[in-house]
Design a binder for this molecule. Sequence first.
Ligand SMILES: [Zn+2]
Length: 279
Amino acid sequence: MLVQLNELLQDANAKGYAVGAFNCLSQENIEGAVRAAEELRSPIILQLAEVQFPCAPMELMAPMYLEAARRASVPVAVHLDHGQSFETCAAAIKLGFGSVMFDGANLPFDENVAITSAVSRMAKAMGVDVEAELGKVGDVGVDDDKVDVFTDVEESAEFIARTGVDALAVAIGNQHGRYVATPKLNIARLIELHERNSMPLVLHGGSGTSEEDFKACIHKGICKINVATAIQVGIADDVKRYADSTERLDYITMKGIMVEASQRVVAEHIRLFESNNRA
Ligand SMILES: [Zn+2]
């Protein structure tokens, strides 16, 4: 069933688990993710990031996300990930996304507050939930060691009060993409952020974090964890294995392999995030 982000995050926040937010780029990807959620009786979030629009256009993906969510026997939220402008957030809302993220983390603080507030006011009027980001979540390969890139505790409280967002993505040493080495997250900072704000917190860059760090996160205020790269790698690996095993590729067989790979990787993360049997 199609639900709102807030509903899922409030329950996760109250009970100390996290809901996986899976970036899906195809019908096979979506189907596998929903099957995993149904198999494990878990809520999930299907999400699409603006940087993914060139390979998975929002206008084509939105109806598929929404219909998959409506048909699912478990709660599924449909979310815009990393909207880069007010306009993209507005367009996503028109297409039926139940929640949007505006990512102003790279902007100066006041500018991030200004645009996030505008998105938030517009979204609230439309009954849509909002996620924002404060602090810099790095990208793998980009060196960020010269400054403190972790989300500041006092700034986070001010940001939440001024913008009225429903969930905040934090930077605690997490990175987007495929890690070269397993990162060590700043759990002490997460605990401070969680104590200062009762708000559901979000962890981006959920591919390749250690199990120990994941567990610490979900028990210390992280209610949503974004996973993109791990699913893509899982699908590509299984397609390669299939391609290596046969003389002639069969497209329908390959589609089935993609669904199964998506289901397997999503299921692994659902168990890790302890959202199974919460639906
Ligand atoms: Zn992200």
